[in-house]
Design a protein around this ligand. Structure first.
Ligand SMILES: [Zn+2]
Length: 339
């Protein structure tokens, strides 16, 4: 086994949720393999000693953050913003997922919507933002949204096998998140890369479509939005006009390629969300940027429809995946089967 290509092959393989520009920057697969070969030769002559800064990282900070109020906290791994009254967006800009977890604060309790990567200590950050009891709910149970679940004691889960399976923890997806091309800057002090895994958590109660969480002076409704995963949900604060969409919508390329993704279910879910657009003031997705206009939801439906109708040419991405781009909306999907 030779290892010369290791560092370089990761530089082109896993797609990030980074900005659309990153995708358009990518070259053809043939070109990429030529580059790898060249770089391997360079590396074998020991000329390639440094890890390059990933492209997605060069494009940060995203300009949209200038318009959102920032909240100071002590952990440099996270950045915390306040996109709406009583809502904190907890952003992880040093890892390619650019995951955003949300803390929604009522008068009596607070609801935490996701726990991010589990790379640094989210619970400590939460303690700096509220002293109220925490209810934890996940937008879905992919590893990048449940990393710190294990630290919390009141955890609602969807009544789905996918959720129960993920609650057992896993290691493979977590390890793929910390290769050098996925990290921008430095990992937290004391972080143990070898031991990094999604730790198991205990589901304390199930939640279902239509459930309401009363935080005291603030009501949040669960909207089941399966598609990206079977257990995907959105959260609606009808009074304040806030809709948290998880991975059903976020500004970067929306991942719809994994085996647990159901495209018909996704098409139905985004229609359901688009029907809410007239009542909503702000969309808050789980990656990249914590604010978007509700007008994106009907456009999301149209974009997905034209992609599924075969009217958008795919551009090659990493092996087995293609990117479909419709204006500012894009979907990362399985490559169509060759004929
Ligand atoms: Zn996801």
């Amino acid at each position: 086994m030779s290892r010369p290509c290791q560092a370089l092959s990761v530089a082109i393989s896993p797609p990030s949720r980074g900005c659309l520009n990153l995708m358009s920057d990518r070259r053809s697969p043939l070109h990429r393999y030529a580059v790898i070969l060249t770089l391997c030769i360079l590396q074998s002559t020991a000329l390639f000693a440094q890890t390059p800064i990933p492209n997605w990282c060069r494009k940060l900070p995203r300009p949209e953050y200038k318009t959102v109020e920032r909240v100071s906290i002590s952990d440099p791994w996270f950045e915390v913003y306040k996109p709406a009254q009583g809502v904190f967006a907890i952003y992880e800009p040093h890892q390619a997922e650019e995951t955003i977890s949300y803390l929604i604060v009522g008068e009596k309790r607070a609801l935490l919507f996701d726990t991010g990567m589990g790379i640094s200590d989210l619970k400590k950050v939460i303690a700096q933002l509220t002293s109220l009891p925490i209810i934890l709910l996940n937008s879905h149970t992919h590893n990048d949204h449940v990393g710190d679940n294990w630290e919390f004691s009141t955890i609602y889960g969807m009544d789905a096998d996918f959720t129960r399976q993920n609650a057992r923890g896993s290691r493979l997806d977590a390890q793929a998140e910390i290769t050098s091309d996925q990290i921008c800057g430095v990992l937290p002090k004391g972080f143990d890369s070898k031991a990094y895994a999604t730790r198991p958590w205990k589901i304390t109660a199930y939640t279902h479509d239509g459930d309401r969480f009363d935080l005291g002076g603030r009501l949040l409704e669960v909207i089941a939005t399966p598609g990206h995963t079977p257990d995907a949900i959105s959260l609606l604060d009808r009074t304040k006009g806030l809709l948290l969409t998880g991975d059903t919508y976020y500004p970067g390329p929306i991942w719809l390629f994994r085996p647990e993704t159901d495209l018909d279910a996704y098409a139905a879910s985004i229609r359901r969300l688009a029907a809410l657009a007239p009542q909503v003031k702000v969309i808050m997705g789980a990656h990249n940027i914590p604010v978007a206009s509700p007008s994106v939801l009907p456009r999301l439906v149209t974009a997905f429809d034209v992609v599924r109708a075969g009217k958008v040419p795919p551009s090659p991405d990493s092996p087995g995946k293609v990117l479909y781009k419709v204006d500012d909306i894009s979907f990362l999907m399985r490559a169509p089967a060759a004929h």
